[in-house]
Design a protein around this ligand. Structure first.
Ligand code: SF4
Length: 317
């Protein structure tokens, strides 16, 4: 019996960004140079497949420095950490490597600059996300106020409306953030903003690529984890672009194939923390069930890469 036909519209760019590649390389090099265990504070990137792979090589994931033994080497995740974390690592004389994405570090430097200029920073982002925790933790308590949506932008109370700045999480929805920024600017016309968008190139490109293909599909599949902010935003972007049936999928093995019943065109992309082999596996699994015609839609070619910092060497005991 012949398989039903399925057009797969594959977004490009998709998957790993330069910050995620750098973070993984830092953990791998730390393991190569020092041998296991290498402690990693928080999931290095929000992807179980990546985390499990590094764990198999000897990485130990912890949520707090308290769980890292004296003398050990610890890596901070790509999302960034509050200033108190490296300070505590120094106090305990731990060796550490900082895998904070340089684009997140740029936001950290921006909020510090605003603080030095006497401004309160309104940070647009999601409460509890590690990047938001890290950015808020660059300044003393109260110096950064979180704004999660337009409603909060319209009601937020500030100490001095004439001395304000805003910054954003790097992985937000472009469209929703525009609305929040516009609401803030209407209320506080003098508010200072970043010279260039805080939403990073990878988030921007992946969202635009999904916007381009989702309207042509009856179903959009985003490979990524539910705690991955940029993957969740891709699902929302697909829906807003005209594909109401959009969902996250962890990998081909966890795919609910009933979703594809009667579907003739599916759009596929992957969040910035999802490796390309998960995309390959999902397309291979589609080929086992359908006669697939694959159309890759490339919106822009990325050539961003970040240098990895030197990794500290653990002393032989
Ligand atoms: S999504 Fe953007 S900010 Fe986050 S790690 Fe990737 S490049 Fe850096």
């Amino acid at each position: 019996m012949s398989h039903p036909e399925l057009t797969v519209l594959l977004a490009s760019p998709r998957g790993f960004c330069a910050g995620v590649e750098r973070a993984i390389e830092i953990v791998e090099r730390a393991l190569e140079q020092n041998g296991p265990p290498v402690y990693v504070r928080h999931e290095i990137v929000h992807n179980r497949h990546v985390v499990d792979g590094l764990r198999a090589k000897g990485a130990v994931f912890v949520e707090d420095l308290d769980e890292v033994p004296d003398g050990a080497l610890v890596v901070f995740s790509a999302h960034g950490v509050p200033k108190a974390v490296p300070a505590e690592a120094k106090r305990r004389r731990l060796l550490y490597a900082d895998a904070t994405c340089p684009l997140v570090s740029k936001v950290h430097r921006g909020v510090e600059q605003h603080h030095r200029n006497g401004r309160t920073v309104l940070l647009i982002g999601h409460s509890g996300h590690p990047e938001v925790v890290g950015t808020m933790g660059q300044l003393p308590d109260g110096a950064v106020i979180l704004v999660e949506d337009v409603e909060q932008a319209l009601s937020v109370q500030v100490p001095d409306p004439e001395n304000l700045a805003y910054a954003t999480q790097t992985t937000l929805s472009l469209r929703e953030t525009e609305d929040v920024v516009a609401a803030l600017k209407r209320r506080f016309p003098g508010i200072a903003g970043p010279r260039r968008e805080d939403i990073c190139y990878a988030t921007t490109n992946r969202q635009r690529a999904v916007e381009a293909i989702a309207p042509r599909a009856e179903l959009t599949l985003i490979i990524g984890a539910s705690n991955s902010s940029n993957s969740m935003r891709l699902v929302e972007v697909a829906r807003a672009a005209g594909c109401p049936r959009a969902t996250l999928v962890q990998n081909a093995r966890e795919m609910d194939w009933r979703l594809l019943d009667g579907v003739r065109a599916v759009a596929i992309s992957a969040g910035a923390s999802a490796p390309e082999d998960l995309v390959d596996e999902l397309i291979a699994a589609c080929r086992q069930r359908f006669t697939v015609s694959l159309e890759e839609v490339e919106l822009v070619r990325e050539d961003v890469s970040f240098r990895t910092p030197p990794i500290p060497m653990r002393q032989a005991s």
